[in-house]
Design a protein around this ligand. Structure first.
Ligand code: NAP
Length: 352
């Protein structure tokens, strides 16, 4: 029989890598399934390194004040990774999400973490050690599992929206905003939270104008972010409207969006060459249905306050997959640390 792992970590955002750093330093030889590099994951925004890898600057991760990080990055990362990251860092003041994620991964690798670039698609928690199966058909058995699969961006669910995905419809300004099709053109961002402001602000670098279409008459975003939107002359708030159709054609992709006033029902068209969604997230727990207790929205339930215990003993959850409230890089990293310590104590307690 194949060797039984002590700790398998599923997911590769801040929670996953922090759990891996702690577990590897505790000599538990963790195995991380960082996710597959597939078209499906790209479309869903669930590629390895998680959501932070899809963001720009990270100004609020402790220990990374604005400054020139180049020398540090050079000493910490491989030349290949640096070559990929350097263009993304151009003009930035703080560490970027992709840099931070590679630094976290590197830190875990330095302590001997093993990584498999596949998705876990099936779990069997009814037998011990637990059995996990990957999208490549690989099966591993483990005494403990830390789930850190995070969450992914939501879409509106309009047929016209899916028809124009990657042809003007995107949920990641950082990934797609610099594409030629969006340059010096008006763009639409849907949503009223911090992400919407962040995306809109980022897109003003390229767009001639950014409409923020929000379904209410006030933003959900934090005060500082709201001010950023109000003070940006390229951002126009379109209050009390919802998008009802994405307009476009085969040649040009998106050419506009039809919006509707939420009270009057009156419709109008905003000319735009792109629509960026920033309307919240869905946890990546599809493979856990019926295996673990989940909330109505699909988040993993932590069964005990200030512990990462799930409904199955020996299975722990960390990061956004179990958190629909804080959803910050630093809280994810914090709960990743907690999950690794919880797993270590579980193993010690059971003499494993
Ligand atoms: P969020 O705060 O949940 O905001 C989602 C927005 O989308 C809300 O304005 C919501 O409208 C709107 N929305 C939801 N479903 C919709 C639908 N079907 N149609 C139209 N609009 C819809 O999500 P978020 O902005 O992604 O932020 C998530 C968390 O990450 C927050 O804790 C946030 O503070 C944090 N975050 C922080 C930063 C930062 O500090 N720089 C950046 C990004 C995210 P309603 O307001 O009407 O509900």
């Amino acid at each position: 029989m194949a060797e039984v792992e002590k700790v398998v970590i599923i997911g590769s955002g801040p929670a996953g890598w922090t759990a891996a750093i702690y577990a590897s330093r505790a000599n538990l030889h963790p195995l991380v399934f960082e996710g597959a590099i597939s078209e499906e994951n790209r479309m869903n925004g669930t590629l390895p390194l998680g959501q932070l890898n899809l963001t720009t600057e990270v100004e609020n991760y402790p220990g990374f004040p604005a400054g020139k990080l180049t020398e540090f990055l050079r000493s910490a990362l491989s030349p290949d990774e640096l070559a990929m990251l350097e263009p993304l860092h151009e003009g930035k003041h703080a560490v970027t999400g992709p840099e931070l994620m590679r630094l976290m991964k590197q830190q875990a690798l330095n302590f001997g973490t093993r990584v498999i670039t596949e998705d876990i698609v099936e779990v069997d928690f009814s037998e011990r050690p637990f059995r996990l199966t990957s999208n490549e058909g690989r099966t591993v058995r483990s005494h403990t599992v830390i789930i850190a699969t995070g969450a992914r961006a939501n879409y509106l669910g309009l047929p016209s929206e899916s028809a124009f995905k990657n042809r003007g419809v995107s949920a990641c300004a950082v990934c797609d905003g610099a594409l030629p099709r969006f340059r010096n053109r008006p763009l639409v961002v849907v949503g009223g939270g911090d992400s919407a402001v962040e995306e809109a602000t980022y897109l003003t670098k390229y767009a001639s104008k950014v409409y923020m279409v929000h379904r209410r008459d006030q933003l959900r975003a934090s005060q500082i972010m709201q001010q950023r939107a109000f003070n940006n002359p390229k951002i126009e708030l379109v209050w009390n409207h919802r998008v009802v159709e994405v307009l476009g054609n085969d040649k040009e992709g998106v050419t506009g969006v039809r919006i509707e006033h939420v009270q009057s029902g009156e419709q109008k068209v905003l000319e735009a060459s792109g629509m960026f969604l920033a309307i919240g997230h869905t946890p990546n727990t599809h493979f856990l249905r019926g295996k673990l207790e989940l909330t109505d929205k699909g988040y993993i339930v932590w069964k005990k306050p200030f512990r990462t215990y799930t409904s199955v003993e020996g299975v722990f959850a960390a990061g956004d997959v179990a958190d629909d409230y804080y959803r910050q890089a630093v809280t994810s990293a914090g709960t990743g640390c907690m999950a690794a310590l919880d797993a270590e104590r579980y193993l010690a307690h059971h003499g494993l």
